[in-house]
Design a protein around this ligand. Structure first.
Ligand code: NAP
Ligand code: F7E
Length: 328
């Protein structure tokens, strides 16, 4: 039986990946940082077989100890400060966790077992102020946030350890992917949760920042399949994972509100607090390599993604109303 260790198991992707690997016969460990993490019970409920190991991307010795405990064949490094907005406010911490955290995991692998296969969660935010459209594996990087800069470091240190120490180390350059499990700070979930509350009379307005930004939004459940496929290849390589379609935040609003029978113009207000010091205007990925080499393709369309997120949030908020509390 293969054994995988996932950092970031309490995040959106960690949970989907744990489900996917467990269903494929893996024994799965999740690295958990902090104490008394409330998301642990969610992971335990959804993927009962997962085991937890303590460790932090800021703490080198805890990562070495975690690998010694789990003896994994595969490590998926999904842990990060992943919210671009927060990265502007906590730039140094973002560099430490999202950037240097990657080299700490790679060093732990080099120390404990060089045969471990490694997946790094790289990001389309590395393209930032894009040099070409659509973006592929050869497109140069121009990050626009401390998060994007940290991810560029993580990407290149993964490549460097592959070339220097012959590690089986891959980066997936994933474009935005969303789901019912997306954190509420990200714009898609903020919108679908806002739609649900407005629909049920719990709130009247939704305050947002830049509505012109365009993103290539896919479904997270599809994207974790690609992570696993990358580690099944004969040689370690990097792959862009994307739908090849782009939509603006305004288009997302249009689809989400109309799905609930509402007009977004009646409810959305502009709030400069949600503008960023530097913005990524347009992302659209070319996943030809993943399609041809991994046989990967997305299965959930943009309207279907928005609809399932809105429906889910309406269900959650209705349940919260029945219980007499606001769903967190
Ligand atoms: P997420 O929901 O924000 O999850 C991030 C995870 O990192 C959480 O489990 C968090 O744990 C953990 N973490 C934070 N600080 C840590 C630390 N010091 N040590 C160990 N773990 C720590 O992110 P996601 O959407 O699942 O994304 C997964 C990965 O893919 C991230 O690296 C993200 O940057 C990258 N990515 C995401 C997208 C996307 O569209 N979702 C696209 C490209 C790349 P707690 O929750 O317990 O704090
Ligand atoms: O913003 C605009 C905002 O925070 C999307 C992360 O998973 O994907 C994600 O990063 C767009 C931006 O995601 C609000 O300015 C407008 O242009 O949902 P987001 P992101 O920054 O694209 C990449 C690939 C990752 O790797 C990251 O980890 O929406 N926007 N108004 C807003 N965004 C937010 N959050 N809140 C607003 O009110």
């Amino acid at each position: 039986m293969k054994t995988a260790l996932i950092t970031g198991i309490t995040g959106q992707d960690g949970l989907y990946l744990a489900e996917h690997l467990t269903a494929n016969g893996y024994s799965v460990y999740g690295l958990v940082h902090g104490q008394n993490n409330p998301r642990l019970s969610v992971v335990e409920r959804i993927v009962p077989g997962v085991e937890f190991v303590e460790g932090d991307l800021l703490d080198q010795s805890s990562l070495i100890a975690a690998l010694e405990t789990c003896q994994p064949s595969d490590v998926y490094n999904l842990g990060a400060i992943s919210f671009v907005g927060l990265s502007f406010k906590q730039a140094v911490l973002t560099g430490e966790v999202t950037g240097l955290g990657v080299v700490r995991v790679l060093e732990a692998i080099r120390t404990v077992n060089k045969e471990i296969r490694f997946y790094q969660a790289s990001s389309s935010e590395m393209f930032g102020k894009v040099r070409e459209t659509p973006q592929n594996e050869q497109t140069p990087f121009h990050p626009r946030s401390p998060y994007g800069v940290a991810k560029v470091y993580g990407h290149y240190i993964t490549l460097n350890y592959r070339e220097s120490y012959n590690l089986f180390a891959c980066s997936g350059i994933l474009f935005n992917h969303e789901s019912e499990r997306r954190g509420h700070e990200f714009v898609t979930r903020k919108i679908t949760n806002g739609v649900a509350k407005i629909k049920l009379g719990m709130q009247k307005q939704l305050a947002l920042g830049n509505l012109d930004a365009q993103r290539d939004w896919g479904y997270a459940g599809d994207y974790v399949r690609a992570m696993h496929l990358m580690l099944q290849q004969d040689a370690p390589e990097d792959y862009v994972i994307a739908t090849g379609e782009t939509h603006s935040v305004r288009e997302f609003l249009e689809v989400a509100f109309s799905h609930a029978g509402l007009k977004w113009e009646d409810h959305v207000v502009s709030d400069p607090r949600f503008l960023r010091p530097a913005e990524v205007d347009l992302l659209i990925g070319d996943a030809t390599k993943a399609r041809t080499r991994l046989g990967w393709q997305p299965t959930v369309s943009f309207p279907a993604l928005v609809a399932r997120m809105v429906d889910n949030d309406i269900r959650l908020q209705e349940a919260a109303l029945r219980r007499g509390v606001e769903e967190l």
